[in-house]
Design a protein around this ligand. Structure first.
Ligand SMILES: [Cu+2]
Length: 799
């Protein structure tokens, strides 16, 4: 071990020490210049871990989660041997590191993945300094722990700012569930995670906040209920622990390199010992800026200077963006001083502007107020908010308006901010009015608050509703700030030298929370070829988010300028948050010839289609990669079903689906108040067009007892009407037809009203209405009146 590497080793936080001790690290004096070859050996294998009192399987690197901190100096030559001891292929991507395209680690795109029981050696020059990280790009391994920090010292000296010590901290989210089960749960459109993490929506919840207007406006416009994140987690981790210690000396200045290595979680950071000074973002130096609260997006990094207080341990708290739980980094030692509790997000606030055009729009994009033709005309190309926002959330607009000018666009027509003055006086909305205490006087933190699923066990009527928190605040306001991009200013000019042709690429970010499909320009990766760019041109991506979620968009192999109102000093980043219903513009010089991935860094979004291949014209990957390239575009099929078994009737569906195709078998059979059991089975193949609209064809079988009486071919369509009423209409081969309407209404987080009515041209009206109460993830209790079979009760089982 070289002296430099050894110093790096001892300065590391204790949490990593064991993992690091296992690293076989060797620095060899290289022949040319002073460049050194720095060699690491990383072994990937499964291990049992226990974060919540229950054992679970993790994927570890050299036995650790996270893996060891990889340290280099700018100008080094990196040689990293990756041994795969899993039973499935793996890969490691060096996030934010400028590497040759074949070393980037994206399976089927950069290289064939690393097969089980084999070793792949990555080699590349270190061309930069700063804080970065690495993670698996195979399957969902990143969710299981396959990630770690990279720290690169500048070639000369110790950088621009002084710090007595430095620490790398990888934040992450942990679930005991198999991540594939998580993805499947998301695909079946379950509300269970929202209940578990206390962010469910309901009619009574809206009423309690005096926000029924927003609730029904959202429903009228068919807006999906807003949520900050998709998954409920068991724990949030800092360097693989719920609490990690930084044992700095009193009065010192510590440089904390924060890396958000989560699969899906943004964090709010706040330090009990005072404001934090951001000195670097995504590894690139920025002019120091002091901030009290910072929102960090998935896959981003920030270097923060914090002062170690004269006495005591002060908490640097990383609170999950959805407010469900947090991880703690204690700085210093002695008496503990916890950071304040963040107010939870008020996700009842409707984001759109209620208008007739939106209510009666035919497409989801139109209902969001951002129809395709308006997007194509360039109406949403300026960075910043695209929609009418409520006043609290509009604060960052000032900075963002400037951006419009910078990008050569018209300044924003100032958002006609709705005043909705009656709302501002709701006591529950006062930010930080009284922050519930998460710690007692001795600084002990209630351990249960670290469990992001704790609301799943609460059965009080509003216990798991988004309105149930003691303190709520608007997104983007002072209490719950958005990402701090407006304040980031590069230490040097990042302007391009000029004269190069500019290529503008407009990308809408689209999605459907219910089917859990995520798109760029309304298409998943599997339906696309690539984004073509040319060496030497300036490429500008205009990203227009038409969803209610944040998407951390990451471009491999490049740094891009984020047009944030800082002109020539626009910061350079590798990952950028695109806020809900807003536009973010980035630009870069195409000088890294190759094929590169561009995707949302929310793991389950990427795997549901929100990704593209960016291809330099003329680039040809090696033969082994070309041979497997088609696998990049493969998509999995998901199977799930629902069976209702009541005392008078049984109904259900079983389906298998990919992004566009849904094969479904549905049945209904009733026996109460009729002489013989009547049954119907319907087979359909649906083609999904968008979240409102799909078309289908299939066959309808009807009979009584053991006799089949009718078989008809059917074809029709499904459409979502305003107020979220699902309409299904079909014609059949006997010249008949049927129209059915379905409506669900969440009265309480666990209790929903279910209604169904249908008319068949041949013989009948049929209807049912009832209540369904969600007991857990897979079981609900149902009481229902059916027009043919009268009252009944029973269970609904999801599988
Ligand atoms: Cu996303």
């Amino acid at each position: 071990m070289s002296p430099r590497a050894f110093l790096g080793f001892i300065a590391r936080p204790a949490a990593c020490a064991t993992a690091v001790a296992l690293v076989f690290m060797m620095a060899v004096a290289a022949t040319a210049d002073t460049a050194e070859t720095v060699e690491y050996s990383l072994t990937i294998e499964e291990r049992e871990v226990n974060y919540s009192g229950r054992p679970a399987r993790a994927v570890t690197i050299n036995g650790g989660l996270p893996g060891p901190v990889l340290r280099f100096r700018e100008g080094d030559w990196a040689r990293i041997h990756v041994h795969n001891r899993l039973s499935v292929p793996t890969s490691i991507h060096w996030h934010g590191i400028l590497v040759p395209p074949g070393m980037d680690g994206v399976p089927y795109l950069s290289f064939p993945p690393i097969a089980p029981a084999t070793t792949f050696t990555y080699e590349f020059p270190i061309r930069q300094a700063g804080t970065y990280w690495y993670h698996s790009h195979s399957g969902l391994q990143e969710q299981r722990g396959l990630y770690g920090a990279i720290v690169i010292e500048p070639r000369h000296g110790h950088g621009r700012v002084h710090a007595d010590r430095e620490y790398a901290v990888v934040l992450s989210d942990w679930t005991n569930e198999d991540p594939h089960a998580v993805q499947r749960e998301l695909k079946r459109g379950s509300e269970w995670y929202a209940i578990e993490k206390g962010s469910a929506h309901s009619l009574l919840g809206a009423a309690r906040l005096g926000m029924l207007g927003d609730y029904f406006a959202g429903m009228l416009m068919r807006m999906p209920p807003m949520d900050i994140s998709d998954v409920a987690y068991d724990r949030f981790l800092a360097n693989g622990r719920t609490e990690t210690m930084i044992d700095a000396k009193p009065g010192e200045t510590a440089r904390v390199r924060i890396i958000d290595g989560s699969a899906t979680t943004y964090f709010h950071l706040e330090y009990a010992g005072g404001p934090m000074t951001v000195v670097s973002a995504d590894g690139q130096d920025v002019e120091p800026v002091e901030l009290k609260r910072i929102l960090i997006g998935v896959a981003e990094t920030y270097d923060l200077l914090v002062r170690v207080p004269a006495a005591g341990a002060y908490e640097l708290r990383a609170t999950a963006h959805d407010g469900s739980a947090f991880a703690s980094i204690w700085i210093g030692s002695g008496e503990r001083h916890p950071a304040p509790t963040m107010p939870r997000p008020n996700i009842y606030r409707a984001m759109g502007h209620l208008g007739l055009a939106q209510i009666f729009s035919l497409t989801p994009a139109g209902a969001m107020g951002m129809p395709d033709r308006a997007v194509k005309s360039g109406k949403f190309d300026r960075p910043g908010m695209t929609m009418h926002m409520h006043h609290e959330a509009a604060t960052p607009m000032h900075g963002r308006q400037e951006m419009g000018r910078e990008a050569g666009k018209e300044p924003a027509a100032h958002g006609e901010v709705d005043d909705h003055s009656h709302r501002g006086h709701d006591p529950t909305m006062q930010m930080g009015a009284h922050e519930p205490s998460s710690a007692d006087r001795a600084g002990r933190i209630d351990e249960s608050l670290r469990n992001g699923r704790r609301f799943g066990m609460r059965f009080g009527i509003l216990a798991n509703d988004a309105s149930s928190s003691d303190s709520l605040a608007e997104e983007g306001g002072e209490a719950r700030p958005w990402v701090p991009y407006e304040k980031l200013r590069s230490v040097h000019s990042t302007a391009f030298s000029g004269g190069n042709p500019v290529r503008e690429i407009r990308l809408t970010l689209d999605g459907d929370m219910e089917r859990y499909v995520w798109f760029l320009n309304n298409r998943p990766l599997s339906e696309t070829d690539h984004i073509l760019i040319h060496q030497g041109e300036i490429v500008r991506f205009i990203m227009i988010n038409r969803t209610m979620m944040h998407h951390p968009m990451h471009l491999h192999g490049h740094f891009f300028r984020v047009l944030n109102g800082q002109g020539d000093r626009a910061p350079l980043k590798h990952t950028v948050d695109v806020a809900p219903m807003s536009t973010t513009v980035i630009e870069f010089e195409a000088d890294e010839f190759g094929d590169w991935f561009f995707h949302c860094h929310l793991l389950y979004h990427m795997h549901s289609g929100m990704a593209r291949l960016v291809h330099y014209k003329g680039y040809v990957p090696n033969a082994a990669t070309t041979a497997v390239r088609h696998k990049l575009y493969e998509e999995p099929w998901y199977f799930h079903g629902l069976a209702e078994v009541l005392s008078n009737v049984t109904e259900g569906t079983v389906m298998i689906s990919d992004t566009r195709n849904i094969f479904r078998v549905g049945w209904e059979a009733g026996w109460q108040r009729v002489e013989e059991t009547e049954w119907e089975t319907i087979f359909t193949w649906s083609r999904y067009i968008n979240s409102f609209f799909s078309v289908f064809a299939g066959a309808d079988f009807e009979g009584t007892e053991g006799t089949m009486e009718k078989v008809r071919g059917i074809f029709g369509l499904s459409y979502r009407l305003p107020l979220d009423v699902e309409c299904r209409a079909w014609m059949d081969t006997d010249a008949g037809g049927r129209v059915a309407l379905d409506k669900n209404l969440e009265l309480l987080p666990r209790l929903r009203l279910i209604g169904h009515v249908e008319y068949d041209t041949r013989h009948y009206w049929e209807g049912r209405i009832g209540l369904s109460y969600m007991i857990d993830k897979n079981v609900s209790f149902i009481v229902q009146w059916h027009s043919n079979y009268d009252w009944g009760g029973g269970l609904s089982i999801r599988f």
